[in-house]
Design a protein. Structure first.
Length: 113
């Protein structure tokens, strides 16, 4: 459901940008570090939206990559801890079994029953 809302929001946003860009078709002067140029405002608007999308997408990819790396690290740590718990549980079970076998009847309280 979240994906559907995201897709719907993206479509509505794209529609608003397209309408805004089509309304503004006048030429504007764009200043660069090394000079100026005349561009249609529609191209400036669409170029700005495109560059913003690229920047946001890049930041999202970097964040997703770092989170995936963290998940793998935590899964590895969880697996190691789970193995340690299983090993300790088996050792404790074996120790309890050995202790019960080695206790004489007169020590465990069942001597005269």
């Amino acid at each position: 459901m979240k994906f559907q809302w995201t897709l719907l929001f993206g479509i509505v946003f794209a529609l608003i940008v397209a309408i805004f860009a089509v309304i503004n078709v006048d030429n504007v002067e764009v200043n660069y570090l090394f000079g100026t140029a005349e561009w249609p405002l529609i191209l400036v608007i669409l170029g700005s939206v495109f560059m913003g999308g690229i920047i946001i997408g890049s930041v999202g990819l970097v964040r997703m990559y770092s989170l995936q790396r963290k998940v793998k690290q935590l899964e590895k740590q969880n697996s190691a801890l789970q193995d340690e718990v299983n090993k300790n549980s088996a050792f404790k079970s074996e120790e309890t079994t050995l202790n019960k076998k080695n206790i004489p009847d007169h020590i465990d309280g069942h001597e005269g029953e």
